[in-house]
Design a binder for this molecule. Structure first.
Ligand code: DGY
Length: 324
């Protein structure tokens, strides 16, 4: 009998077709597996699961997963998976590094431009019928050229952002758990700061590309926001809980920073109510990786890990396994 795979939400069809060549596939309805309860109820017949980042793959879910051999997350971030529990149950875990770097880096640059040049407010103004003639003082924003971009998290995506920002004439400074190689720093013309506070103090734009860990939880709190320059713009495309949303909303309402763009939220899909009305604040629904090509590549990378694990291939053939 063919092994069974649960894909928790509809994804790009070619990925499902690829999996169907090997296994029996069930695809969940959108949002069905955002609850632990539903996962616990349904998971036991499956040999593999391809979950979304919104699906909690917890210890209690994995305890019910009596046939499960592999969890192949449809994301590079894997804070939705209890790695310790997976290890305990002998379940392999994969993610999708590399394939979403360009789309997330491009999106981040887009957010920086959109907030600095006030795209959203300007469109609203126009749609509200307020554009009556060219205004010499209308929507004065901030150029990227010669501004300092502080990057927290200099992995693939952080580096992708640095590369693009250099092309815009920005000065790059960064903070990372480990300093990147000198060669990389040289190529990116990026200067390392061991203190993220110092970075925040002198960045015109501060962009977050770190994973969510105990150390990065609420890394951007009221204190950091208070030392950022008044004109500074905060961008978060990493994970919501890296930023204290309530503190950010206060900073924006008090004009103690110049603006923000958030693609991720502390309690997704909820957004702190004070952010709805915060000035110069752009909010997008966790979509930095949302290009057709990237979402297909993400799906294929996850699917390949499942195909290889369930077909008993050696782990050396599955480079995206984060836990063998
Ligand atoms: C990821 O992969 O972790 C992104 O947040 C969503 O694609």
């Amino acid at each position: 009998m063919a092994k069974r795979v649960l894909v928790t939400e509809p994804i790009i069809p070619s990925v499902i077709e690829e999996l169907q060549k090997h296994f029996t596939i069930d695809v969940g309805e959108r949002g069905r597996y955002n609850s632990e309860e539903q996962l616990k109820k349904d998971i036991s017949p499956y040999h593999a699961i391809l979950p979304m980042l919104s699906n909690p793959i917890t210890q209690s879910v994995l305890s019910e997963a009596t046939n499960l051999e592999v969890v192949a997350n449809h994301a590079v971030g894997y804070n939705n998976i209890d790695l310790e529990a997976a290890k305990k149950h002998g379940i392999k875990v994969a993610n999708t590094p590399g394939v979403l770097t360009d789309s997330c880096a491009e999106f981040t640059l887009g957010l920086m431009l959109a907030v600095a040049r006030r795209f959203y407010d300007a469109q609203q103004y126009l749609l509200d019928g307020k554009f009556e003639s060219w205004e010499p003082l209308g929507f004065l924003g901030m150029e990227l050229k010669n501004k300092t971009l502080g990057i927290i998290g200099m992995g693939r995506i952080g580096q992708g952002v640095a590369k693009r920002a250099r092309a815009m004439g920005m000065n790059i400074i960064y903070h990372n758990r480990n300093r990147v190689e000198k060669k990389t720093e040289k190529t990116l013309e990026a200067t390392y700061y061991s203190s993220h506070k110092k970075l925040a103090e002198i960045s015109d734009f501060l962009t977050l590309h770190c994973p969510l860990t105990e150390e990065t939880q609420q890394l951007i709190d009221a204190e950091i926001l208070s030392i950022m320059p008044n004109h500074a713009i905060l961008i978060n495309t990493s994970r919501g809980p890296v930023v204290d949303e309530s503190a950010l909303a206060n900073a924006l309402h008090n004009n103690s920073i110049g603006g923000a763009a958030l693609d991720v939220f502390e309690n997704e899909p909820e957004v702190h109510p004070k952010l709805h009305s915060a000035p110069n604040c752009l909010l997008t629904p966790h979509m930095a990786s949302a290009s057709y090509k990237t979402r297909e590549d993400i799906g294929m990378l996850s699917a390949n890990a499942i195909i290889k694990v369930l077909n008993g291939k050696p782990i050396s053939e599955i480079p995206n396994l984060i836990q063998p």
